[in-house]
Design a protein around this ligand. Structure first.
Ligand code: AMP
Length: 216
């Protein structure tokens, strides 16, 4: 079972595509954003701290994220493979990758590539279920306004999908995460997939490209 990293600009469609990719390979979908949002919902001390960073559209400190991911990858469902969504996203996190993945390094890092102007438009119209994370948009809302089709949870705009937070997150991406492309490429592990197409087309292309790269 593969060990995959998926990165890309906020709003590139990572959440949906990662769910599909993880289901295709039968590996757990480990999204650091989802883990942090769950901690916020649970109202833990850690969740309250995380919320301050997230609402401002700022990244949490590397040491906290490395600890969080290391612990999650140690769980029994992640023994044979995993899909990491949203980590690493700074040079410091990439350097710590060996620490968190242990003896089994990752197989491939997929960049889901969508231009900045397109993601700004997508993010400002995005709506999400607070319970299960299902993603909707102003153009394709749930059948009952504000109620998730999948689980009945509340569908809202993320606090970090405001224009100001979006700008801050995209600036962080350009400064911190974009340079990781070179880091992955230098290790022969980078795969760039065009994410600027209808969702089903992207899924099919993504799975075909990953399958091809993982083939022995
Ligand atoms: P996401 O859903 O991946 O866009 O993540 C939402 C927010 O969670 C980010 O804007 C950060 O505040 C925080 N976050 C998620 N993953 C990381 C990470 N690897 N390093 C630092 N902060 C993170």
């Amino acid at each position: 079972m593969p060990r995959l990293i998926v990165f890309g600009r906020q709003g590139a469609g990572k959440g949906t595509q990662c769910e599909r990719l993880a289901a295709h390979y039968g590996v757990p979908h480990i999204s650091t954003g989802d883990m942090l949002r769950a901690a916020v919902r649970d109202g833990t001390e850690f969740g309250r701290k995380a919320k301050e960073y997230m609402d401002a559209g700022r990244l949490l400190p590397d040491d906290i994220m490395v600890g969080l991911v290391g612990e999650r990858l140690g769980a029994s469902d992640a023994t044979h493979g995993w899909l990491l969504d949203g980590f690493p996203r700074t040079p410091g996190q990439a350097e710590a990758l060996g620490e968190v993945t242990g003896d089994a390094p990752f197989d491939l890092a997929v960049d889901l590539d969508v231009p900045e102007e397109v993601v700004v438009e997508r993010l400002s119209s995005r709506r999400v279920c607070v319970e299960c994370g299902a993603i909707y948009s102003v153009a394709s809302p749930p059948a009952t306004p504000g109620v998730c089709d999948r689980c009945g949870g509340e569908v809202v705009q993320r606090a970090d999908d405001t224009e100001e937070a979006i700008r801050s997150r995209l600036a962080d991406y350009a400064q911190q995460t974009e340079p990781l492309k070179e880091w992955f490429d230098a290790r022969g592990k980078l795969l760039v997939v065009d994410g600027n197409a209808p969702t089903d087309e992207v899924s099919a292309a993504l799975i075909a490209a990953v399958d091809a790269r993982l083939a022995p």
